[in-house]
Design a protein around this ligand. Structure first.
Ligand code: PFF
Length: 453
């Protein structure tokens, strides 16, 4: 079944794949979610578990997803259908693709709402630059935004529109420039914020919070959140990387090498975000623990206000963060769109993308309303948005990853794997296969079971 091209188009080069995959991985997960998850889950211990999950569970599964994609060349569901048909294995494995598509739709629904917050903040700083009001009380500004279903819906809609625009045209167009120039710019800005953090004199304390584990803070739930965050940050467990792998040329691309590059970049950005935010939090006398989803929106504006050209920083930061979110949301929408295209015909790409984005947008209204009108509604002690986040990020992604690991490790034929990973030395290949067969599934299973019981 090994095909050389995909009906959905191909990345023009290896670099393009690296850009797209990095664009997918680096996003709100690194800069919005990682700091607040760290803040809410006890600091250093959470960070260390997260890093371990990336290395032991995430990386091997990342190779697996890209490999399956490049072998099958279709949307996840049809790639898996092809694989089980060719090998005479149970059709049940196709469920991995379904979990992926449902998880992607759920995640994009609230991802777009949060990306809407970043667009709104970019707009606030633009207005400030043009002589408008300053954000002097970030807590109040943030609360005000969340209280307005209308504002939230507007920015959520705008962001979804930007996403669907790219996906409808085919993912490569428009993506290259965004990732090649704007993402490095975001990186530089983060470095500048870290440098600012050093000048506050609180970097030492911030580093201690981030990296000195207090194991008494750790329980089954913290493990679950750290693992969920690892999957979320690397875009794993929902077949996004599998879909991107489907458009990856055969020649001259080593999956492990590319995978390691993506994971390293992703992890570096998350850690830099932590190192940028916590000195600010501490220096303004805020509590580093329990910051919640508003953390970056209530802390960074304090620093921007204290800087002489803070509005420029604010605009750049939230503008570039919106771009990072955008290159991720594209990869959230692509798997479902590719599947619809395969079902209803290649000429229907625009319609496929639009209908899936419409669905995500409508679902996103649940998250919007949970922030205000329905803020009293509680499901398992969470608001609706928190509940969707829990189900999709912390449960579905690890579950999808677990199944991908088992499928690749036990079901797929060794020759198929070896063909895709021909550059890997034999010992490393074997080690990788055992990680997928035993280590990663066991770890995910233990964490899932402990958290659920
Ligand atoms: N990795 C993205 C981030 O960190 O913001 C979010 C994401 C994208 C998750 C694509 C899952 C996915 F399939």
């Amino acid at each position: 079944m090994d095909k050389t091209t995909s009906i959905h188009g191909m990345w023009s080069s290896r670099l393009m794949f690296i850009l797209a995959a990095t664009g997918s991985a680096v996003g709100l997960g690194n800069i919005w979610r990682f700091p607040y998850m760290t803040s809410d889950n006890g600091g250093g211990a959470f960070v260390l578990v997260y890093l371990a999950c990336i290395a032991i569970v995430g990386l091997p599964i990342l190779f697996a997803e890209v490999l399956i994609g490049r072998h099958g060349r279709m949307s996840p569901i049809n790639t898996l259908r092809g694989l089980v048909r060719d090998s005479g294995k149970s059709r049940g494995w196709v469920g991995i693709g379904w979990i992926g598509i449902v998880a992607g739709i759920l995640i994009l629904s609230f991802y777009s709402v949060v990306a809407g917050w970043t667009l709104h903040y970019a707009w606030l700083y633009l207005k400030q630059l043009l002589g408008g009001a300053h954000i002097t009380d970030p807590g109040a500004t943030f609360t005000e935004l969340l209280a307005s279903p209308f504002e939230l819906t507007f920015w959520h809609a705008l962001f979804m529109l930007l996403t669907v625009l790219v996906v409808a045209m085919g993912v490569e167009k428009g993506l290259e420039r965004a990732v090649r120039f704007l993402m490095p710019a975001l990186f530089v800005l983060l470095l500048a914020l870290v440098a600012y953090g050093v000048t506050t004199g609180y970097m030492g304390q911030a580093m201690a919070f981030l990296f000195k584990p207090d194991w008494s803070e750790i329980d089954g739930n913290v493990f679950l959140r750290a693992m969920g965050q690892a999957f979320f940050s690397l875009s794993l467990g929902m077949c996004a990387m599998m879909t991107y792998g489907a458009y990856l040329p055969r020649e001259g691309v080593s999956i492990p090498r590319v995978g390691i590059a993506v994971a390293l970049t992703d992890t570096t950005v998350a850690l830099l975000a932590g190192m940028a935010i916590f000195p600010i939090v501490l220096s303004f006398g805020l509590d580093p623990a329990g910051g919640g989803p508003g953390l970056i929106f209530t802390s960074l504006p304090l620093a921007f206000e204290a800087m002489s050209i803070g509005a420029v920083y604010g605009l750049l930061f939230f503008g570039l963060l919106s771009v990072a979110a955008w290159t991720s949301s594209i990869s959230l929408l692509e798997p479902a769109t590719a599947f619809m295209v395969e079902k209803f015909g290649i000429k229907r790409r625009k319609l496929a993308a639009l209908s899936m984005a419409g669905l995500c947008w409508a679902l996103g209204l649940l998250s919007v309303l949970s922030l205000n009108v329905w803020s009293g509604v509680r499901i398992f002690d969470r608001d609706i948005m928190g509940f969707i986040e829990l189900i999709a990020n912390d449960l579905m992604l690890p579950l999808g990853g677990l199944l991908i690991a088992l499928f690749t490790g036990w079901v797929l034929n060794r020759t198929v794997l070896r063909e895709q990973l021909s550059e890997m030395p034999e010992w490393l290949f074997n080690a990788w296969r055992w990680l997928l067969r035993v280590v990663a599934p066991l770890l995910v299973l233990v964490v899932l079971v402990r958290a659920l019981l």
